[in-house]
Design a protein around this ligand. Structure first.
Ligand SMILES: [Fe+2]
Ligand SMILES: [Fe+2]
Ligand SMILES: [Fe+2]
Length: 407
């Protein structure tokens, strides 16, 4: 299997950007501005690409829509460092992207504090450039809606200059002031021009042969970001993946297919990153308005995963976890004959794990009750009876897999 590292960066960044809910270009804009400043500084192409990737992924430690909102609307506050450490931890553990981890770690560290930390000067500069353009995007955010950004570019440049030496390295402030003098710098940030910029940057993407194990690690990385969204759903993706794998094994899925099933289950809820926190944490989750927002998530999962070469089939398994055999599911309203075995497994694993877990509006459900509910759904033509039979045959193993207990 071929892994395109650039596709991984983009997938991860699309997932992370979903947290912006209505404004999903923060990471891309930060990457673009970093590249434009780096060009002014005369930094080479490889460095520019690395900064672009760092810009795309710098907020991977943010899964909460509330925290995202603060990050793009306030200049600085105590605690902004938390997501840097989280993002650092996530990227450090994933070899293909580990080189970006230190940049992410220090992207809210003020320049005046950087010297005391004994960071490699190159890393310190790269992290501080991301910090600078990230704050530019926070200052600009309120003007994207009414298209008045050009009118306010001067103010933004003044604010950044004011924090010279204190927040930002002087040479980086100079580079930013030079790069942002032409209108083109600001006009480029229009959502209409962003996809082309990203495509141009990716034309030289790195493709190299990789392993299934690396893809799995990548899926774990995504699962950790999704599960960090709410403490109520902590470990949900990991539990669904363990249970899906167990049910897969019990029903004769083997080899690469079994690995792909686990990968799909790990990423099935990527699209949930776009669901506002207050909706996930509320008992009003079943109002018609909230249901319609929730119904977008599995389609978003599909749109993100299908872009990865080699993921075409797996993207469908992941995205079809709310389809029903009787055609009443979403988002595609597939009929029984169109829903593959793997998607049916993920659906049952998803329901089981969610019911076994405490939610804001109910206590964790005991296994016999879960099984009874699955039987009711089976009778209604919503889930596959053969898979429910497997749950009935191994209730304890299923509970342990869903809850992540050893043994
Ligand atoms: Fe940011
Ligand atoms: Fe879901
Ligand atoms: Fe789920």
């Amino acid at each position: 299997m071929q892994i395109n590292v650039q596709q991984m960066v983009l997938t991860l960044s699309s997932a992370v950007d979903l947290v912006g809910v209505n404004d999903v270009f923060h990471g891309r804009r930060v990457g673009m501005m970093a590249v434009e400043c780096a060009r002014t500084l005369g930094w080479d192409e490889e460095t520019r690409r690395q900064l672009f990737d760092a810009g795309l992924l710098h907020d991977c430690g943010v899964s909460s829509t509330r925290e995202h909102h603060r990050l793009v609307n306030e200049l600085d506050w105590e605690g902004s460092n938390l997501h840097c450490e989280k993002g650092y931890g996530l990227l450090r553990d994933f070899a293909p992207l580990a080189h970006l981890a230190p940049i992410v770690r220090y992207h809210h560290t003020h320049w005046e504090h950087m010297a005391g930390l004994r960071i490699e000067p190159r890393i310190a500069h790269h992290a501080n450039l991301i910090h600078l353009v990230d704050r530019v995007d926070a200052l600009a955010a309120r003007y994207y809606q009414d298209e008045s950004l050009l009118l306010h570019a001067g103010e933004i440049r003044d604010v950044i200059s004011r924090y010279r030496d204190q927040f930002f390295a002087p040479d980086l402030v100079d580079a930013f002031l030079a790069a942002s003098a032409p209108e083109a710098f600001w006009l480029l940030l229009d959502p209409a021009y962003i996809p082309q910029y990203v495509a141009d940057m990716n034309a030289s993407g790195v493709i190299r042969p990789g392993t299934l194990e690396e893809l799995k690690q990548f899926a774990f990385l995504i699962a950790r970001i999704v599960d960090a969204k709410s403490h109520f759903t902590a470990e949900h993706s990991l539990g669904v993946a363990r249970l899906a794998r167990f049910l897969g094994e019990q029903s004769g899925v083997t080899g690469e297919r079994l690995e792909k099933l686990e990968i799909a289950a790990l990423m099935h809820d990527i699209g949930k990153l776009q669901v506002p926190d207050e909706l996930l944490d509320s008992s009003a989750i079943f109002s018609p308005e909230n249901r319609s927002v929730m119904k977008k998530h599995s389609f978003a999962t599909y749109q993100i995963l299908r872009r990865i070469g080699g993921f075409e089939e797996l993207a469908l398994w992941a995205a079809e976890h709310h389809e029903s055999l009787n055609g009443s599911g979403y988002p595609f309203h597939l009929q029984a004959g169109e829903i593959p075995h793997e998607a049916r497994i993920i659906k049952v694993a998803d329901i089981f794990q969610a019911l076994a877990q405490r939610r804001p509006y109910r206590a964790p459900m005991p296994v016999p009750k879960i099984l009874a509910l699955l039987r009711t759904m089976q009778a209604a033509g919503e889930v596959d009876g053969a898979i429910v039979d497997l749950v009935a045959l191994h209730p304890e193993e299923c509970r342990r897999a869903a809850e992540g207990e050893a043994g």
